[in-house]
Design a protein around this ligand. Structure first.
Ligand code: ASP
Length: 419
């Protein structure tokens, strides 16, 4: 079966697992890893390569995926006559709601403190924390790289995002002969990167097995680990619920004078699809259908807001990334200064903009935040175990926020909606 991006969703490297859905595979791997870690901690040396290989694969795809996704996205928008008033409104809405989502997450993680007091043996040394932390100003200045290739080699994501946006912006502004070819090329490259990403994701059960096995084998208190991750997952879920059922409906009602209940009813199919596929990109055709046919938004508004939203507007992802980074800091017993928390908010926003609308994209981007505040990227492996259910929920919130933008902007353009 091919999904809308042309990704073969049925491909499975190990045929005997073909019949089992990937989230069940991950769950099975997780349970087996915990059991193995408890009963056979000494054998971890035979399987921890799985986790290393999987994380290497994820890291390998970050730069090319982000680069092609942003260049293609920005170039596709720029080639129409759509950038303008609607563009500014849309981007303004996206930045605002993503920031509100992050602040909700930050508030909840500071109130609940899911990582504090969770006493676990560390499996990696905490490198570089005693040294100088880069200031926000340095981080901001560093967004413009002095050498873009070096930025790519070092995996300096903010610089890669910046350069990709410039490339995407200027592609439609050169002679038509070349720009048409480049847009095609970038769209094609992006699809290839998506395919590679989906291919890597197929190995998640093995990666989870290797990583969780190693983590559990190093623990003296497995219950404590479960307790720690349970609290973290709960924090993400509570914050997501507040944002999706509190803040966004309030904006719908107050700014757009639109009934949140009617809108959520209209959006049920795309939201369930987002939940089951964990991909806002794959859900996009359904979202556009519901917003245009159900809500009555014009194609002019929906064709601009929704594809852009699927790429850059990820409220759920932004919120989750902030909570995850703060959780890892709490877990490591590191008190985050206000300046560091501001860096987390800022980088979570950029990371959610840079994340692709595919499963686990948000998880991959947490590395950006961790490096920005000087935490070891290795600890992304810690939260991998509970990523799938959280991915399902945050993807639904991502799509929900995009759809709210579309109806609010259509209303502000004087369009008459069906409800
Ligand atoms: N899966 C999310 C989406 O497609 C992105 C993420 O991993 O947070 O919207």
């Amino acid at each position: 079966m091919l999904n809308f991006c042309g990704v073969d969703t049925n491909f499975q490297p190990f045929l005997f697992m073909k019949k089992i859905a990937i989230h069940w595979q991950i769950l099975i791997a997780l349970v087996l890893a915990v059991l193995a870690g408890v009963w056979l901690p000494g054998s971890v040396k035979y399987v921890d390569w799985m986790g290393t290989l999987f994380l290497n694969g994820l890291k390998m795809i970050i730069v090319p995926l982000i680069f092609t996704s942003i260049v293609a996205g920005v170039a596709n928008i720029g080639s129409g006559a759509n950038l303008g008033r609607i563009g500014l409104k849309t981007i303004g809405y996206y930045l605002l709601t993503s920031t509100l989502a992050i602040l909700t997450g930050l508030l909840m993680v500071n109130i609940i403190k899911p990582g504090a007091g969770v006493n676990l043996n560390k499996v990696a040394e905490v490198d570089g924390l005693s040294g100088e932390q880069p200031s926000i100003w340095d981080t901001l200045l560093g967004i413009v790289p002095d050498n873009v290739f070096e930025a790519m080699v070092k995996g300096d994501i903010l610089s890669v995002i910046f350069f990709a946006m410039l490339v995407g912006f200027f592609i439609p502004r050169i002679s038509a002969k070349y720009s048409a070819q480049l847009v095609n090329l970038m769209n094609g490259l992006y699809e290839v990167m998506m395919k590679i990403t989906m291919f890597i994701i197929k190995f998640t059960p093995f990666g989870v097995f290797g990583i969780v096995y190693k983590e559990v084998a190093a623990q003296t208190d497995v219950l404590e680990l479960a307790k720690g991750l349970g609290g973290y997952a709960l924090t993400v879920v509570v914050a997501l619920l507040i944002h999706a059922f509190g803040i966004l409906p309030l904006i719908l009602k107050l700014v757009g004078n639109i009934s949140p209940i009617k809108h959520i009813r209209n959006m049920a199919a795309p939201l369930l699809t987002a939940f089951s596929t964990s991909s806002s990109s794959a859900t996009l055709p359904l979202t556009m259908g519901a917003v245009e046919k159900g809500a009555g938004v014009s194609n002019k508004v929906s064709s601009f807001t929704l594809p852009l939203g699927a790429t850059i507007n990820m409220d759920g992802t932004a919120l989750y990334e902030c909570v995850a980074a703060m959780f890892i800091a709490q877990y490591l017993g590191i008190e985050m200064t206000i300046a560091q928390q501001v860096t987390v908010v800022f980088t979570a926003l950029l990371a959610s903009i840079g994340a692709a609308g595919i499963p686990m994209a948000g998880l991959i981007m947490i590395g950006v935040i961790l490096s920005a505040v000087g935490l070891p990227v290795y600890y992304v492996g810690l939260i991998l175990a509970v990523d799938r259910p959280l991915d399902m929920m945050r993807t639904a919130v991502n799509v929900w926020s995009d759809s709210c933008a579309a109806v609010i902007i259509a209303k502000s353009e004087g369009e008459k909606l069906n409800y």
